[in-house]
Ligand binder design. Structure first.
Ligand code: NAD
Length: 331
C-alpha cells in the first residue's frame, strides 16, 4: 500500500485526494497547507491528518508526496521531496522559470527518485484512443495537428498576475499534448496573442486569446488555439490529419440527447470545465503513477516532459513579444 502525503490543500488537491483514496493501492496519510484551515478542511473530508509541509516530508513512513501547491513552489518541493527519498507526483507546470525548472531537473535526476508531472490530459480516454490509433498506423504518417483548448470563462486578474501567463499556465497542457501525439518537440514556435476577452488581462501583461503554430524538423506542422472564454463551455478538441486519413477527438457533452424539431437540431453543451471534463483522466493519471511505482517502470509523464513543455511556453511568450518565430533550441 502506497502511503501518500499531499502538499497544498486547494482546488486541485481535492481532485487528487479523491483519486488517492479511491485507489486500492494507495492511502492518504496527511495533507499540509500554509493556510492551516485549508489542510484541516481537506483532512477532515478524507479522514487523514493535517500537518506541516516538513512533517510530511520528514515522515519516513510516507512513500510518495503529491505537490499541489502554487506553481512558484513546485521546484523547491520536488527537490526537497526527492532528497527525502520520496517518489513525487507534481502538478503542472514544473516552475514559472525555465532555468529554475532545469536546475530542479538536475537535482531530482541525481536523487534517482521517480518524478511524475501532472499532465492529466494524456490520460483522457478520447485523446488516448486518438494516440493509440495513430501509433497503430490507422491514418498513416501524422502531418498536421490542430488542438483547440478554450476555457468557459477567464480567471480573476489576481490569478492571471501570478499564473506565469497563458502559455505557462494554460497552453502548457496543449504543448504537452502536442509532444505526446507528435512524439517529439517542434523546432520552431510562432505565437500571436491578444487580450480581447478582458482588457485588464492585457493590462496585467498577459494575453487571453492566442494561436501558436509549430514546425517540426521533418516538415510536420501543429496549430494550438487557446481562449480564456467560450460562451458554450469548455472546448477541448484534437484533430490530426495523416497521410491516410484523419483522427478527431470531439468534445465530451453533458448528455447525448439530440433534439430535432421544426426549429432545427440541437444538442447539449460540452461538460462545464476541467473538473467535469477530465474526471476519468485524473483517476487514470493517479493509477498510472501507482502502477509505475509498483512495477518499477518509467513514469508515464516525466520531469523531462514537464521541462520540455515549459521551454515551449517560454518560446511562445518570447514570440508574442518579438513578433517573430522562435527556435526552441535558442532558449
Ligand atoms: N492539471 C490540471 O488540470 C490543473 C488544474 C488546476 C490547477 N493545477 C495546478 O495545480 C497547482 C495548484 O492550483 P490550484 O488551482 O489547486 O490552486 P489553489 O490556490 O486552489 O491551491 C493551492 C494551495 O496551495 C497552498 N500553498 C501555496 N503555497 C504553499 C506552500 N509553500 N506550502 C503549503 N501550501 C501552500 C495554498 O494555500 C492553497 O491552498 C497550480 O500549480 C496549478 O497550475 C493543475
Amino acid at each position: 500500500m502506497l502511503k501518500v502525503g499531499i502538499l497544498g490543500a486547494g482546488r486541485i488537491a481535492g481532485v487528487h485526494a479523491a483519486a488517492i483514496t479511491a485507489h486500492s493501492g494507495s492511502t492518504l496519510v496527511a495533507v499540509s497547507d500554509f493556510i492551516p484551515a485549508n489542510a484541516e478542511k481537506l483532512a477532515a473530508q478524507y479522514g487523514c491528518e493535517a500537518r506541516t509541509n516538513d512533517a510530511i516530508l520528514n515522515d519516513p513512513t510516507i512513500d510518495a508526496v503529491l505537490i499541489a501547491t502554487s506553481t512558484d513552489t513546485h521546484s523547491g518541493f520536488i527537490e526537497a521531496a526527492t532528497a527525502a527519498g520520496k517518489a513525487v507526483f507534481c502538478e503542472k507546470p514544473v516552475d514559472l522559470s525555465l532555468a529554475r525548472a532545469q536546475a530542479c531537473q538536475k537535482l531530482a535526476s541525481a536523487s534517482g527518485r521517480p518524478v511524475m508531472i501532472g499532465f492529466n490530459r494524456r490520460f483522457d480516454p478520447n485523446f488516448g484512443a486518438l494516440k493509440a490509433a495513430l501509433d497503430a498506423g490507422e491514418i498513416g504518417k501524422a502531418e498536421l495537428l490542430s488542438i483547440t483548448s478554450f476555457d468557459p470563462t477567464p480567471p480573476p486578474v489576481a490569478y492571471v498576475k501570478v499564473s506565469g501567463g497563458l502559455f505557462r499556465d494554460m497552453m502548457i497542457h496543449d504543448f504537452d499534448m502536442a509532444n505526446f501525439i507528435m512524439g517529439t518537440a517542434p523546432e520552431t514556435i510562432n505565437a500571436v496573442g491578444t487580450s480581447i476577452v478582458d482588457p485588464d488581462i492585457g493590462l496585467a501583461g498577459d494575453v487571453d486569446t492566442a494561436v501558436v503554430t509549430m514546425t517540426y524538423a521533418d516538415g510536420r506542422i501543429a496549430v494550438i488555439k487557446n481562449s480564456r472564454r467560450a460562451a458554450y463551455g469548455y472546448d477541448q478538441r484534437v484533430e490530426l490529419l495523416g497521410s491516410k486519413g484523419m483522427l478527431q477527438a470531439q468534445n465530451v457533452l453533458e448528455n447525448t440527447v439530440v433534439k430535432s424539431t421544426v426549429d432545427g437540431v440541437t444538442g447539449a453543451k460540452p461538460t462545464y470545465f476541467f473538473l467535469q471534463r477530465y474526471t476519468a483522466a485524473f483517476t487514470a493519471e493517479w493509477a498510472g503513477f501507482v502502477a509505475a511505482l509498483a512495477n518499477g517502470t518509467a513514469m508515464p509523464v516525466t520531469l523531462d516532459d514537464g521541462v520540455a513543455a515549459l521551454a515551449m511556453a517560454g518560446a511562445a511568450t518570447m514570440s508574442v513579444k518579438t513578433g517573430a518565430p522562435v527556435r526552441l533550441d535558442s532558449i
